[in-house]
Design a protein around this ligand. Structure first.
Ligand code: FES
Length: 162
């Protein structure tokens, strides 16, 4: 597998040069893979291992430890709903179950059309505006209700802005 192009390999070399040990470059390089492919496959882990000279088991351990890394394909919209204490007390589980029922998928599953994945996550640092949902590792939707989240999902389906 040749995952990275010339520019990306240059970037990997720059990242490696910043650290005395190539293991320290692992997280940023895995992040590059995820940005490029949306998830990190077994082949991609092997590729990164060869590139950085890191054993495959170590990479697998890292990818499965950090929730920010996806080791399965994700939907176009990756909905991460927090059910940690503050969100839980303000309806995080109701929200999660509502979305799960609406989309007909369980935790970490993907809809048949490839549009949505849902994931139950730990605190994302937005407790004061709980319950909340993060989409595609970047956009926060806060102070949610089932009505609001339904609207957001419908807008994603129809391609409207939220
Ligand atoms: S508990 Fe949900 S964002 Fe902190």
């Amino acid at each position: 597998m040749q995952l990275f192009d010339g520019n990306e390999l240059k970037k990997v070399a720059e990242i490696k040069a910043k650290y005395p040990e190539s293991k320290a470059a692992l997280l940023p390089v895995l992040w590059m893979v995820q940005e490029k492919q949306g998830w990190i496959s077994q082949e991609a882990m092997q590729y990164v291992g060869d590139l950085l000279g890191i054993p495959n088991e170590h990479i697998l351990g890292v990818v499965t430890f950090y929730t920010m890394f996806n080791n399965k394909p994700k939907g176009k919209y990756h909905l991460q709903i927090c059910t940690n204490v503050s969100c839980m007390l303000r309806g995080g589980y109701e929200l999660f179950n509502f979305v799960s029922d609406k989309l007909g998928i369980k935790n970490n599953e993907i809809t048949d059309d490839g549009m949505f994945t849902i994931e139950e996550v730990e605190c994302l640092g937005s407790c004061g505006t709980s319950p909340m949902m993060q989409v595609n590792n970047k956009d926060y939707y806060e102070n949610l209700t089932t009505e609001k989240v339904e609207n957001i999902i419908n807008n994603f389906k129809t391609g409207h802005e939220n």
